[in-house]
Ligand binder design. Sequence first.
Ligand code: HEC
Length: 137
Amino acid sequence: MNSAKFAAIIVVIGCFTTACNSSDTLTTNQTQPASSPATAAATATATPDPLAEAYVDFQKNCERCHGEKGQGGPVEIEGRKLKVSSLREGHALNHTDEKFVKQISEGDDEMPAFKDKLSREEINDLVRFIRKELQGK
Ligand code: HEC
């Protein structure tokens, strides 16, 4: 947001709270926003955390079948009953990262392919997320 727009919004908010009856309020409000857009920009450019992004991808793409904690189990999705593997235990502990990447990219019997939805890098980060956050490795 540029500072002019920001100032306009502040003025609007100012109008709400003061009913625009005092030019004094407007002047003080206009001097205020100068530092705020800079703060917003600094937050936006903060170092991205790949695991945090992977968690968002997981919630968006995987959770509905694999569960909030990757525990799997029986789920019913679009009228189909699926037996979803746990990502926390069992086979998932022994399967290699390469196997995971292939499973996520290309899918399997019941699991959709994600290679058109997620980049190779996002898939790699998801595998790291599964290892670290779900399997505690
Ligand atoms: C429509 C339901 C569904 C969605 C969505 C889904 N999966 Fe799966 N997933 C499965 C099923 C079912 C299996 C068990 C293998 C099979 O039958 O295809 C599986 C297996 C896996 C495996 C293999 C586990 C092992 O033991 O080796 C991994 C890894 C995996 N999924 C990761 C993911 C990730 C990451 C996402 C999100 C990007 C995802 N899955 C989204 C249903 C789903």
